[in-house]
Design a protein around this ligand. Structure first.
Ligand code: SAH
Length: 403
């Protein structure tokens, strides 16, 4: 094939985004409906992971127990991953069940789990106390274990290519419902349920080392609980999980005021912006929230995040055949990023996880390569992201929690 006839160089059509096989809810003006507020729903009972260690102590004292029980309980939950009173032999037998009932109400009930990649990827489907369903995906890589967590049941951002958005927003998850996904994953790893055992019988990582808020939901639309969950993750044991903030990635469609607030938190979290198009014409249709905050505003906020935290920002870009993968878009993206400085950002293209037979198809490999080549030629570090768990609908944007 000569250069001119390759898919990357042919002049290619412009496919416009539209929902296929489902109808996008619209607002009074006919635009895709955005739900920023969670419907008013009861939250689960307060759980130890909703509280700081000081708050746990106060609550136990209120319940008539000594404050130091809070530390014991926290150790069971955050270090031994247990909520089973029978395992808590350092608590008086007469009080164990009462304390656990009041401090560790069950939050996640496992409905199903699917395994792939030789058992090194597990997708969990959880039922919450009110019947809402959420998913998380656990992935072992050499030297690290990543958990993709959900921050909401459903999502109100209504992106036409994303499985989660199709049913709208059910409700925000509580802080403890977010944290408990990590504890449940750690428990599964400790029980030897995640593949990837080394030849000597040990594991590279005996617990989750990296969190990505790339499961169901828009984390920045559930800001307060997101931040509390992050605080539990980074608090040293036994108050929390003792994880590194740098290994926690918050990903957003681009809620600009919340991005700026996150930047001001003084936490070295990793930040990812789901851009998917460098031009407003396309992004208006691909990411409905672009109606509120345009590409340039989202990029300015991302740049502000870098300035405040010194953390290099990730730009997420799902490559969709003939929709957003044109060479000129790679060039425009590089131009907009370089206009805001050098060394502050990198791009993570990811082949779209396709819906078969629809306009939502991943770009051809040569088009993908050309897109990356152009970004790199412009000096933008670029890494193609993997699509782990595709076979079990556990890959990016495939989490729909259908039973
Ligand atoms: N609401 C947040 C986090 C959840 S989605 C956000 O949008 O960033 C996590 C990532 O998966 C986002 O970058 C999202 O755009 C991407 N995604 C959604 N559907 C996808 C699909 N079908 N293929 C590939 N990535 C997808």
């Amino acid at each position: 094939m000569t250069e001119h006839t390759t898919a990357a160089h042919r002049s290619r059509p412009q496919v416009r985004p539209k929902a296929e096989g489902w109808t996008q809810a619209t607002d009074a003006g006919g635009r895709p409906l955005l739900q920023f507020q969670s419907p008013r729903r009861t939250q689960p009972e307060t759980h130890l992971a909703d509280l700081t260690l000081a708050e746990r102590k106060a609550k136990l004292v209120e319940l008539g127990y000594p404050a130091f029980r809070a530390t014991q309980l926290s150790t069971h939950y955050f270090e031994h991953y247990t909520s089973d009173p029978d395992e808590m032999t350092d608590l008086p037998a007469s009080a164990r069940h009462d304390i656990v009932e009041k401090m560790l109400p069950p939050l996640l009930t496992e409905v199903r789990r699917l395994r792939t990649d030789k058992g090194e990827t597990i997708k969990f489907l959880w039922r919450l106390f009110d019947g809402a369903l959420v998913e998380s995906v656990l992935m072992r890589y050499p030297g690290r274990v990543t958990l993709c967590v959900s921050s909401q049941a459903g999502c109100g951002m209504n992106c036409p290519f994303c499985a989660t958005g199709q049913a709208g927003l059910t409700r925000n998850l509580s802080t403890a419902e977010i944290v408990d996904q990590v504890v449940a994953a750690n428990r599964a790893i400790a029980n030897g349920e995640l593949g990837g055992l080394r030849k000597d019988g040990g594991f590279d990582s005996p617990r989750v080392t990296n969190i990505v808020f790339m499961g169901m939901g828009e984390p920045l639309a559930n800001y307060k609980r997101l931040m509390n969950a992050v605080r539990r993750m980074v608090a040293p044991a036994p108050e929390g999980l003792g994880m590194s903030a740098r290994h926690i990635t918050v990903s957003t469609v681009g809620l600009v005021p919340a991005i700026r607030k996150l930047a001001d938190e003084d936490l070295p979290l990793t930040f990812a912006l789901s851009l998917h198009a460098p031009d407003d014409t396309l992004r208006d249709e691909l990411i409905p929230v672009n109606d509120h905050w345009k590409v340039d505003e989202a990029l300015d906020a991302a740049r502000y995040y870098f300035e405040k935290t010194g953390r290099r920002v990730s730009i997420e870009y799902a490559l969709i055949k003939d929709m957003n993968d044109h060479a000129w878009r790679a060039d425009l993206l590089a131009e907009k990023l370089n206009a805001r400085g050098r060394g502050w950002v990198h791009v993570n293209p990811i082949p779209l996880n396709p819906t078969p037979g629809s306009i939502w198809t991943s770009s051809e490999p040569e088009v993908t390569n050309e897109f990356i080549r152009r970004l790199e030629a412009a000096g933008i570090p670029t890494t193609l992201r993997d699509t782990r768990g595709k076979e079990i609908d556990g890959a990016c944007g495939q989490l729909a929690a259908a039973e």
